[in-house]
Each structure stands twice: as structure tokens, then as C-alpha cells.
Ligand binder design. Sequence first.
Ligand code: TK8
Length: 337
Amino acid sequence: MKTFRRSLITCAVGVSLVVAGLANAQDIKPRLIRFGYGLNEQSNQGRATKVLADEIEKLSGGKMKLRAVGAAALGSDVQMQQALIGGAQEMMVGSTATLVGITKEMALWDTPFLFNNVQEADAVLDGPVGDKVRAKLEEKGLVGLVYWENGFRNLTNSKRSVAKLEDMDGIKLRVMQNPVFLETFKTLGANAVPLPFSELFSALETKAVDGQENPFNTILSSRFYEIQKYLTVSNHVYSPWIVLVSKKYWDGLSADEKGVLMAAAKTSRDFMRKDTRAEAAKALADLKEKGMEITVLRATEAGRMRDKLTTINGGIAASVGMDLWKETQAELARLRK
Ligand code: TK8
């Protein structure tokens, strides 16, 4: 009898321990968020990701945790977008340009020379136009939280210095997987080849392509200066990045958890724009020091390129919708007053 009672007690204690253990494990087990990005940890993208991760952990009291993986180790932008839509990955940051196949309105940001400076970019991206474009992602299974700055894009190549339109002729140029970029560089006379960013370094190294275009920060952090001699300061388009969440994952979060992700994303955005601009301001000198030959496009030449590229604006307006196009132009006119 005594033994029986003792074993009953032991059993009861055992069960309650197991129950407590389970509840406890669920309480403290952080929600793990797989977050992918394309550049390396030392880049502006990597630094901003670190801020995002720290902020999410802090705001959630350790209940949500970002497992960030850079250098496209979770896949190229396009592959990660599909993983988010399917629910196999929770978050990523990548170029808006690679989203155009999913959400055609994203092509608005690919308009050559759309923004004259970063103040215009911030105002439009964070304003009603940027919100409208972001909201279009939801019906496709994605949630766009904030825009980060990739930046004004500049041209590099290994063949010759590009100082005028005609110098682009026949240069085999990698472009993002995006119809507007393809059209832009065809119009300028280059032989444009779409490739994922993750394949770019080796394509340049093996001379499968002659050149590429990206902001100074990326030319520096991805060490393109090792394999590209010529840099042309063209500032032909401002590229945003966008922080994305899988809609499947998002729909399963509580309002508080959604709030944590949004607040953390905004903090990371504000940090990253400052950080990127500070780096960009000295990157050109750094690239020169690394041995790149720099050509600054003369105003007349930049004007010729700009004029030539206005021919593609009609196509962009048609695909993003005339209302959105006009609203953007009106907003820019207001900002420039
Ligand atoms: C990084 C890319 C990159 C973009 C490109 O994954 O593909 O050239 O500018 O920043 O999103």
C-alpha cells in the first residue's frame, strides 16, 4: 500500500513536471524567422539586417528571433520571393526590380531618372504612392514592410571607359531580371543580359559579361573593383530594396507580433538610409583608391541618355497604370516646387 501510494505521488509529480515543462518550452521557444538577403554580412544590407534582428529581439522580449542568412545562401531574390509566397521562408530583403514579374506596379521604381535626389525618393517611397505599390503585394502572398535604400546605380565594365552614349555600344551588360532594365540598356545600345545577383561576380570574373550597374556601396562591398576597371558615374536610376514577409506567416501572427515586425523594420530603415548615405559619400574615393578609373558623365551626355530613355516611360506608365503614374508625377512636381 505504502509503495503504491508513493508511486502514485511520484507519478503525479512526474506528470505535472512534464506539463509544466511543455508550457514552459512553448513560452520561451522564440518564433524563429528565417530572413534571407543577397549581399554579404559586411555590406550595408548586412549591417541593416543586424539592426533589424536586434530590434525584433528587443521589442519582442526575446520571443521572436531573426535567423539572418546573407550572400544569397537561401537563394536569389526571385527564389526567395517564391519561398515566401509558398510559406517555406518567413522574411527577406531584396530589390523591388526583381518583384516586377509578381507585382507589375513595382516597375514604377525602375523608371530611369525618376528621382533627382534621396529626399525625393524618401518622400515618394514613404508616402501614399509608395504605400499603394507596397499594398499590391498582398494579393500575391507577400507583405511589404518598408523600403530600404539600395541607391543610385552606376555603371562598371572591364572593356573601356564609358563617357558618352556611343561607348555603351555592344557592351555585354548584366541587368537585373526585370523587363524595364532590359529595355533601358538595350535602348542605350548595350547587349543586356538578365542574371541573378548571386551569379554576377563569377559572370564578371569569367568575362561571361563585361559589365554591370549597381550603387557605389555594392560595387565596394561585393568587391567588383577587383574585376572591373571602369566606373561611370551615371546615377541612371534610384533602386529601392524592400523588406518582405510571407503573407502565410504574417496571417498567423498576433497584432502585437505584427507590430514588433513593423516597428523594427522602420528602425532598420532609418538606420540603413543614414548608414548607406554615409558610406556612399566616401565610396567613390575608396573605389578610386582601389584602382578603378572613374568617369563622371558630362551634363550634356547625361542629358542625351536621359532623352533617349524617355521613350520607355510610356511603356512603364501603361504597365503600372496611368493613375499611379500621374499621381507620382504630380507628387514629384509638388516636391520640386
Ligand atoms: C542583391 C540585389 C542587388 C541588386 C542587383 O540581392 O541585383 O543588382 O542591386 O542589390 O538585390
